[in-house]
Design a protein around this ligand. Structure first.
Ligand SMILES: CC(C)(COP(=O)(O)OP(=O)(O)OC[C@H]1O[C@@H](n2cnc3c(N)ncnc32)[C@H](O)[C@@H]1OP(=O)(O)O)[C@@H](O)C(=O)NCCC(=O)NCCS
Length: 153
């Protein structure tokens, strides 16, 4: 799955997956993530379609922005069926239910497909920030926010 995702130009363009990831690199990424999962700083899942086949990945991570961040990526053949929206919505509901009042989703500027997912999952457009990517390039990220609605007594 990691290797297949990193072989897709859209995934490389819009996420931090490195191009041409090989199996050893994929295993290193998974080991790094597993460590964060064990420290309860991240959760990551395989997204499956109705037939049970692996369609992509989605997860939630305790980012450095002070609120959990939701992320997702689908294999090309699995797109256009609402699977990313379903995964983002599920993770958001779970985290909100676990007590997080604010959830975040970060998209690289111009990632229209991901913006649509954020919107469908109930996030609203917030600020734009600049960060340095693993290659040292400055990239612009759109911050999306999801706030728990607290009923007024
Ligand atoms: C971003 C990405 C996950 C979006 O995938 P996607 O398939 O467009 O998103 P969804 O799974 O929400 O599906 C939405 C599409 O399914 C359709 N759909 C069908 N049933 C649906 C349902 N029940 N709910 C929502 N959408 C549904 C929508 O109309 C939409 O189709 P459209 O694009 O033709 O309008 C995908 O483009 C991707 O993996 N990109 C590369 C990695 C990436 O950018 N990750 C995000 C980094 S921030």
């Amino acid at each position: 799955m990691e290797v297949a995702l990193a072989a897709d130009p859209d995934v490389v363009r819009w996420t931090m997956y490195p191009a041409g990831l090989d199996e050893a690199g994929a295993r290193a990424r998974i080991a790094d993530l597993r460590e964060r999962v064990e420290r309860r700083q991240a959760g990551r899942y395989v997204v499956t379609g109705p037939d049970g086949a692996a369609a992509g990945t989605a997860g939630i991570v305790a980012g450095r922005r002070g609120a959990p961040e939701v992320f997702y990526a689908l294999l090309p053949a699995a797109r256009g069926r609402g699977l990313a929206t379903a995964a983002a919505t599920l993770l958001t509901r779970w985290a909100t239910g676990a007590g997080h009042e604010l959830l975040l989703l970060m998209t690289l500027l111009g990632n229209v497909a991901s913006e649509a997912v954020a919107h469908r999952a109930g996030y609203v457009r917030a600020t734009v920030e600049e960060v340095v990517d693993p290659d040292g390039a400055v990239v612009r990220l759109r911050r999306w926010e999801h706030r728990r609605i607290v009923p007024v007594p």
